[in-house]
Design a protein. Structure first.
Length: 232
């Protein structure tokens, strides 16, 4: 079975052009025949080069597939934290409600004691007014403080969410790029599916195939593949 003199791809006897690089097979036959008779030509051994190329491609495919799995895992984890829980103002405001309530109770008790001692009920109204006024000041200041604290905490969360969205966008872009690369490699390897069994389509097996050819234990890629298949 001939091989392309330009790229080393295995060809069928009936091929006129190399389906991998488009090189003219007939042109090679005419050129070579003019110098040496066809029957005296030694068959070129491209097995090692093809095995090296396959080993590199399968290794690259395995690396890309691993990166795709990692990207998909990171995307799944990142998608769960796109929207983070926010702080409410009440988380920082409730303590001021307690302070205002205690303040009103204390002032009202003082007013009641003074009113009883002076036997003047109008005094308690004055203390009620004072208690309400002080409580209003406490709640007003507390509300402003709680709002500032809420916005400060939530601002950090919003920044974290924006950074996470940007990271997810970059991961999606990287994932699409890796999938295109994976598809391209698989397309290049598809031409060998007829001769390489499924269980041998990995870099480790191709490295063994290359070593068999280099050691002279196999005369061609097909022989090395058969030898590996029998040994499994």
């Amino acid at each position: 079975m001939p091989f392309c003199s330009n790229c080393g791809k295995k060809l069928r006897d009936s091929d006129v052009f190399c389906y991998n690089c488009g090189h003219s097979v007939e042109e090679d036959k005419v050129t070579v025949s003019a110098v040496i008779p066809v029957e005296e030509l030694p068959e070129p051994d491209h097995g090692v080069k093809i095995a090296e190329k396959l080993c590199e491609q399968f290794s690259m495919l395995e690396k890309v597939s691993k990166e795709i799995s990692e990207c998909e895992r990171d995307l799944a984890e990142g998608s769960r934290s796109v929207t983070l829980p926010k702080y409410s103002a009440f988380r920082f405001f409730w303590k001021f409600l307690v302070i205002a309530g205690i303040e009103m109770l204390v002032i009202n008790i003082i007013g009641a004691v003074i009113a009883i001692g002076s036997r003047d009920t109008s005094v308690s109204y004055v203390f009620d007014f004072i208690a309400i006024a002080v409580a209003a000041v406490i709640l007003g200041c507390g509300g402003a403080h709680a709002k500032r604290k809420r916005d400060s905490y939530n601002s950090n969360i919003w920044h974290e969410e924006d950074a996470n969205r940007q990271r997810l966008k970059e991961l999606n872009g990287r994932l699409e790029e890796l999938k295109r690369k994976q598809k391209r490699i698989m397309t290049e390897l598809a031409g060998y599916n007829d001769i390489i069994p499924p269980h041998m389509r990995n870099s480790r097996q191709m490295e063994i195939v290359k070593q068999l050819i280099e050691a002279g234990r196999a005369g061609s890629l097909e022989d090395a593949l058969k030898l590996c298949s029998f040994s499994i």
